[in-house]
Design a protein around this ligand. Structure first.
Ligand code: ADP
Ligand code: GLC
Length: 479
């Protein structure tokens, strides 16, 4: 990129390796490194949850807020694990045990709107010059938790341009209208083209209306979002802003997901790499030996992920000699249903929980990775699968459609296929896909070919980092 470095403040509620509940953390953690190569200097603003504060022991206090939603707060700065972090140390908002979004009984923290509005308020202060010697050209906010930042910045008159990335439209940051004053929303902005959403406040809507540019995490999801079936009530705003909306596909960190030198798995350099990992995985999940494919799933267990469809389709997979190993947590109902199936069926094994190292062993040891999502803005596990020759079986939606080349009578002879896709997203179409999987797996030559194609498919950040850099540059050039 020509010209001087562009300074970007990334505003996010999660970021690896500090705190993670889903793919947003992976993306926020990968962007600074990927973009540095494109001449972008990114700093990442993150809430000071206990897990994050652990990394900030040697941090410097760079800004003080005497009153932020009920108490004083500080902004801490440190470079940790290669990332320039700005952490909002506000114990009254973030020093809480357990899940960063949920209190006990899986309920949202009652003050979530205020917690993340506080983060956005600080982003606005930074955009307005609160830090000595570093003012961002662009503030890049993620999801509803970052949604108020473009609004506060637009209203403050700060020079910074703003980008909002939608990682998942299902989460909209809605709060009752009565909280608008506390959230520092001006009465004249409480309307449908502002921060109002059907009589309530929506932080996501604020971001969608006030950000200079909008992105989402795959080109297909960008199109889907403008349709009522996928827009979850926001499709109208997105249709109105279609010229400012762009889909930029996520990548995965190919240094972390690297089959040749992944410290968490057995060596892939030897041709028996996959076989050894598969054997280990079967032992770990207590699955018997069979001739069929070992399918893995690594997921949050929610409606989005289509796991109820998988429960319905499982008999066909097992009947054809296949197996399932699932790692996940989420809805108590889905957890129970999978545990009950595993108790009855020796070829199904389930681990409830969150386990990064095990997820690597599963991606390495599985033959196929299943992602039957009803909607999937991008999806990362199918890309991890591709990298390790673990063939993805995915629903034809969102980023799943953009990252997998389906095995068809046309793509197979040409050696293009990298996985299996199914549509519509129903139990019967998934059953069909799993049957196709077991047939393909039985044909050793065809299977080896599809694995090779999968492993050769680019899943890193190179081209997407260039797209983000070009987006930032175009905003800076226009100002
Ligand atoms: P989403 O963000 O909707 O949850 P993604 O596929 O984009 O879906 O990202 C999920 C990320 O979280 C991936 O890095 C995946 O490996 C990881 N993950 C999900 N569930 C678990 C789990 N139970 N244990 C370990 N990693 C998990
Ligand atoms: C969201 C989406 C997922 C996407 C991730 C990172 O959590 O559900 O599809 O990959 O964000 O952008």
């Amino acid at each position: 990129m020509a010209g001087r470095e562009v300074k970007v403040l990334s505003v996010t509620s999660e970021c690896v390796p500090f705190i993670k509940t889903g793919g947003l953390a992976d993306v926020a953690g990968a962007l600074p490194g990927a973009l540095a190569a494109e001449g972008v200097e990114m700093r990442t603003l993150l809430p000071g949850y206990p897990a994050v504060m652990e990394f900030m022991k040697d941090a410097e206090k760079v800004y003080e807020l005497k009153e932020l939603y009920g108490a004083a707060a500080w902004l801490l700065s440190a470079k940790v694990e290669g990332i320039e972090l700005l952490v909002l140390d506000a114990p009254h908002l973030f020093a809480r045990p357990g899940n960063i979004y949920l209190s006990s009984h899986n309920r949202d923290w009652a003050d979530n709107a205020e917690r993340f509005a506080a983060l956005c308020q600080v982003a606005c202060d930074i955009a307005g010059g609160a830090l000595d010697g570093w003012t961002p050209d662009v503030v890049h906010a993620h999801d509803w938790q970052g949604g108020m930042a473009p609004y506060y910045i637009a209203r403050s008159g700060a020079q910074a341009k703003t980008v909002l990335t939608i990682h998942n439209i299902a989460f909209q940051g809605i709060a009752p209208a009565i909280r608008a004053v506390a959230l520092d929303i001006a009465a004249e902005d409480f309307h449908a083209d502002g921060v109002e959403y059907w009589g309530q406040v929506s932080a996501l809507k604020a971001g969608l209306n006030y950000a200079d540019r909008l992105t989402t995490v795959s080109p297909t999801y960008a199109e889907e979002l403008m349709r009522p079936e996928f827009g979850m009530g926001m499709d109208g705003v997105l249709r109105r802003r279609r010229n400012d909306l762009q889909g930029i596909l996520n990548g995965i960190d190919t240094t972390v997901w690297s089959p040749e030198d992944d410290p968490m798995v057995q060596n892939y350099k030897s041709p028996r790499g996959k076989a050894k990992n598969k054997e280990g995985l079967r032992q770990e999940f207590d699955l018997p030996e069979t001739d069929g494919p070992l399918c893995v799933v690594i997921t949050r267990m929610t409606e989005q992920k289509g796991l109820d469809l998988l429960l319905e389709a499982l008999p066909a997979l097992i009947g054809a000699g296949g197996q399932l190993a699932l790692l996940g947590s989420g809805s108590a109902e889905l957890e129970q249903a999978f545990l009950a199936t595993a108790a009855d069926e020796p070829n199904v094994a389930v681990k409830i929980g969150y386990d990064e190292a095990l997820s690597h062993r599963m991606v390495a040891g599985g033959d196929a990775i299943l992602v039957p999502s009803r909607f999937e803005p991008c999806g990362l596990t199918q890309m991890m699968g591709l990298r390790y020759g673990t063939v993805p079986v995915v629903a034809l939606t969102g980023g799943l459609a953009d990252t997998v080349i389906p095995a068809t009578p046309a793509t197979m002879p040409k050696g293009l296929a990298t996985g299996i896709q199914f549509a519509p997203v129903t139990a019967s179409a998934l059953t069909g896909a799993l049957t196709k999987l077991t047939t393909l797996y039985a044909d050793q030559k065809a299977w080896a070919k599809i694995q090779r194609n999968a492993m050769a498919h680019p899943v890193g950040w190179d081209s997407s980092a260039k797209e983000y850099a070009a987006l930032y540059q175009s905003l800076v050039d226009a100002s």
